[in-house]
Design a protein around this ligand. Structure first.
Ligand code: PA5
Length: 418
């Protein structure tokens, strides 16, 4: 189960308790929302599709050196976050990512990496019309057809999209691609535990049953009154009210870099509207203590920090013994690196609290499928409760359209001429 802790002394405890009580009332609101499908997803998902995902993952591992995952935002960050956090691909097939930007150089890099290798494509788009993935899909589809011919290419394309509508849905039907569904009642950034994320995660050799079980266990802990998620959601809002309007998610494991990115999208897109919201930022320590640490310790006092902690110790590398003590490390000889990392984490928390930074802690049991499934669910619930407490709709993203409209005008898309 995920645990939530916080440094005392930064907020009025009575006010905090009142806001927790309010946040708890929003669990039912989230569940009943048209986009609240993620709330019961861990115990109520399409088992037939789940089995097809596993089968497709096996086939891809048999016939492909690479799976190119094409998607952006909620159709991209979740699976990348999970695969990286769990240490990367374990089987034959390596995952490459495309369609998450419009950079020629980024596209070329993926094409070059593929070389002559065997590959398949998972194109993921709920709307089926997002420009970035649509452009990339054309490129990789063409490559597949040139390499394998139309018929075999179609067998190497997996489309994850709306069940009934959209350009990608129509193409998948017309060409006979194996298709998976983005449920209507789950928005992009809450969709990692649907086919959107699960196919790539399964291809990477990650146990998706355990991932779902972990999410289901966390759901059981939160579903009646929001549990620790309501406490975290309330604390974010109380801190925001006191002027702490930047939250830095801090992690001492570099393999959580994309998890941080997923978290930033989840909270940024859910809360940043109506001129409200905490600005989500992130660091990977101790690396970033040597770049951002100075600001966090002594810069403007408008930020708070949320540390993601791993309870379980990780036995592994130790500081080697040496004949001399020229580097001054004798006092650490034989110590596990994980112990030193965790000590750096504790020291950072203490130093930042002393520097006036409200410090929160999210403690997960370990880095494994169950814990990651639980952490995903915890953050999704926290985000929904936090958004409702803030007074915004945590499930829409009306602002994302503004750049698209202007881009279409500038590119001369039919229907967008000025
Ligand atoms: O969270 C969201 O809803 C967005 O980030 C979308 O996932 C993103 O814009 C991609 O949309 P689509 O899946 O329709 O291509």
């Amino acid at each position: 189960m995920i645990e939530f802790k916080y440094a005392k002394g930064f907020v009025d405890e009575e006010v905090y308790q009142r806001v927790i009580d309010e946040a708890r009332t929003y669990v039912a609101k989230a569940e009943q929302d048209d986009f609240g499908g993620w709330v019961n997803l861990p115990i109520d998902y399409d088992k037939e599709e789940f089995a097809r995902i596993k089968k497709a993952a096996e086939k891809i591992n048999q016939d492909s050196d690479y799976l190119v995952c094409i998607g952006i935002g909620g159709s991209y960050l979740g699976h990348r976050a999970v695969i990286d956090a769990l240490g990367g691909e374990k089987g034959r097939t390596k995952i490459l990512y495309a369609g998450n930007c419009l950079s020629t150089r980024a596209l070329e890099r993926v094409v070059n990496e593929l070389g002559d290798a065997d590959f398949s494509v998972n194109v993921i788009s709920k709307s089926g019309t997002t420009t970035e993935p649509a452009v990339a899909f054309r490129t990789f589809k063409k490559m597949l057809i040139e390499k394998y011919g139309e018929e075999e290419a179609a067998k190497r394309i997996y489309a994850t999209t709306d069940a009934n509508k959209g350009a990608l849905h129509d193409e998948a039907i017309a060409k006979g691609y194996e298709s998976f569904v983005v449920p209507d009642n789950i928005g992009g950034r809450y969709s990692v535990l649907t086919a959107v994320g699960l196919l790539a995660i399964a291809v990477a050799g990650i146990n998706i049953d355990a991932l779902m079980d972990g999410a289901a266990e966390e759901r059981a802990a939160l579903i009646s009154d929001g549990g620790a998620a309501a406490e975290y959601a309330a604390m974010r809002n109380v801190l925001l009210f006191k002027g702490f309007d930047i939250e830095i998610l801090a992690n001492f494991e570099p393999q959580f870099m994309y998890f941080n990115e997923w978290w930033k999208q989840l909270f940024g897109e859910s809360e940043g509207k109506d001129e409200k919201g905490v600005f989500p930022a992130s660091v990977i320590d101790s690396t970033d203590l040597h770049s951002m640490g100075q600001y966090i310790q002594q810069g403007r006092r408008n930020l708070f920090e949320t540390f993601v902690e791993i309870a379980q110790d990780y036995a592994g590398a130790t500081v080697p013994k040496a004949e001399d003590d020229l580097d001054g490390l004798k006092y650490l000889e034989g110590r596990e690196l994980d112990y030193i990392n965790k000590t750096a984490n504790a020291a950072t928390r203490e130093a930042h609290i002393a520097g006036g930074v409200p410090v929160l802690e999210i403690v997960m049991p370990n880095i494994d499928e169950r814990s990651i499934g639980g952490l995903i669910y915890f953050f999704e619930m926290s985000c929904a409760l936090s958004g409702f407490t803030l007074g915004v709709n945590p499930f829409n993203q009306p602002g994302v359209e503004a750049y698209k409209t202007r881009m279409f005008e500038l590119l001369g898309k039919p229907g967008y001429e000025k």
